[in-house]
Write a protein that binds this ligand. Structure first.
Ligand code: GLU
Length: 284
């Protein structure tokens, strides 16, 4: 399909570190169906920055499942592991603007630094907020260029000032303006020690690079949207519109995980389920 400036662009962005399950099917189908209903493009992006846990074989198996479900996509699927240089360049820009600093703290060191305070705040993923051990003082100049296998953190207070945001960031969700506070993430890691990127940084850069206009994803990622909005402002990136959908839960009320074999699409298919059974079981 030809790409014109006003064609909506949707993307489904799984991490190929296991099998697709019913939760992914809901996300992919909602995203794909909306794209088609709006005459838009539907893209697949593999979020494989964790090159140890992700593989191209698992990505291939995911494509098979998606094709079986009846999905079609409008471009060759992309892999984030092909774009590490771009993530690094963007991080370098944030560093030069004084918004990123290196941090050598291990999880254990952070746990020890906050051990005296049982009420220490946690980010939406449940990790303790960074206590600021390596955060530069306000009068310190920007750090030297990024180097080495080391984590780099966003200086949240500086980033909010840089973006001119007192606190909340807004985004467009289901036709309404929604606000969220990126400071709930504290000084988030934007370049991980083990891989030269992070979910948050790679996601906003790729959404912009691929011209994504509509993000459809699970509501567990809704809290991340405030941080994504802040990064979009700091990096002069356009902000897509968002829809965060309900999650598919298992019998005990927990979000499905890739290790729940009985709900993997491949196993459901093998035991005789049809794509329309899958749609029906998801209420679509
Ligand atoms: N890679 C994420 C996942 O598999 C999705 C990220 C996104 O849609 O922004 O849950």
């Amino acid at each position: 399909m030809a790409n014109s400036a006003d064609t909506p662009v949707f993307r489904f962005a799984p991490s190929p570190n296991g099998k697709l399950h019913l939760g992914h099917a809901l996300s992919a189908l909602l995203c794909h169906d909306r794209a088609r209903a709006m005459g838009g493009r539907f893209l697949i992006r593999f979020e494989d920055i964790d090159t140890v846990r992700c593989s191209r074989d698992l990505a291939e198996a995911m494509l098979e499942d998606l094709a079986w479900l009846g999905l079609t996509w409008d471009a060759e699927p992309e892999f984030q592991s092909d774009h590490f240089q771009g993530y690094r360049a963007a991080a370098e820009r944030l560093r030069a603007d004084g918004l990123l600093y290196p941090c050598t703290c291990s999880r254990g060191e952070i746990a020890r630094a906050i051990a005296d305070d049982p009420a220490w705040p946690r980010d939406p993923d449940g990790a303790p907020l960074y206590p600021g051990t390596h955060r530069p003082r306000d009068d310190e100049p920007p750090m030297l260029p990024l180097s080495g296998q080391i984590a780099w953190r966003l200086d949240m207070a500086r980033a909010l000032r840089h973006a001119g945001q007192a606190a909340n960031v807004t985004w467009f969700e289901d036709g309404q303006t929604v606000t969220g506070d990126p400071a709930v993430w504290g000084d988030a890691v934007l370049i991980r020690k083990d891989t030269p990127a992070s979910y948050h940084l790679a996601c906003v850069l790729d959404d912009a690079r691929q011209g994504v206009t509509h993000v459809v994803r699970g509501e567990d990622l809704k809290p991340a949207t405030s941080l994504h909005g802040l990064l979009q402002i700091c990096l002069d990136l356009p902000a897509p519109a968002y829809h965060h959908h309900r999650l598919v839960l298992d019998k005990t009320g927990r979000k499905l995980s890739k290790s729940d074999g009985d709900t993997s699409l491949a196993d459901l298919r093998r035991t005789g389920a049809t794509p329309s059974d899958i749609r029906k079981s998801l209420g679509l």
